[in-house]
Design a protein around this ligand. Sequence first.
Ligand code: 5GP
Length: 263
Amino acid sequence: MPTPLCADGKLRPTYEDIHKLIDRSAAYIKADFDPDLMVLISGGGLIPGRIMRSFLKRPSELDPTRLRNIPTQAIGLSLYEEVAGMVEGSIGKSVTRTQWISEKALLGHKDPSKKVEEGKDAGGLVGKKILIVDEVDDSRTTLQYAYQELYNDVRQALSSMSEQERAAVPATKFACFVVHNKRNIKKGKLPILNENNHIAGDGAAPANNNQPVERIENGIVEGIRYYAGEDTENEWIAYPWESEDITEHNRLAADARKKAGQK
Ligand code: 5GP
């Protein structure tokens, strides 16, 4: 069921709506990509990523009868918010890093023969299936930046390895998940592998589910898998975690649902 428009022209998904969208999307992502780790774009991607983590658990290597969370990293990017020291006019036009994955963590896999203690390789991107998470893909500027920078970090880490070390790690793969994708003309560019079959519309699996062809270039699968919980038009989405009055947020959301004839 698509998120209905509120009387003021905004979309107001509730926590429950978002939780359910992520639940459905995660089932598909688990089967299609099964990420080794997540990189959450702060702050919008933090709550969706935390919810997603509950659905992407894997059997523990130490005790396969138990499920464990996959490692999660956060990166801070700012596009719309004012950042101290930023020149006026550049706000909203460029992306600024406010937090990043530490170099040490990135190079945690430099020696692949050393078994990294379980749960202690949260920052190791090399050789992993990485799921980047944000709440909304609007102009795509943020996602383009996050993907490019993470890709470059992995490339750099791989280039500092010996040929033998590189051969011992699997290809690094990228995917991204957003709760909402706005159907608009994207300023940012992403080399999407599954362009016409990303999940959307209630997190349902796409009709055309052909596996994208993966081309490995210097130890990295070229391109990125793209998943969206729901495609929306260009309306502003008011997220529950931004609300100062959650009761009112839920009331407006319920009104919109009623008007749209949804339960
Ligand atoms: P993009 O780089 O795709 O234009 O925008 C990404 C960021 O802009 C999001 O992570 C989010 O913080 C903000 N943003 C864009 N559109 C919306 C929206 O409709 N609602 C909210 N709450 N934030 C938005």
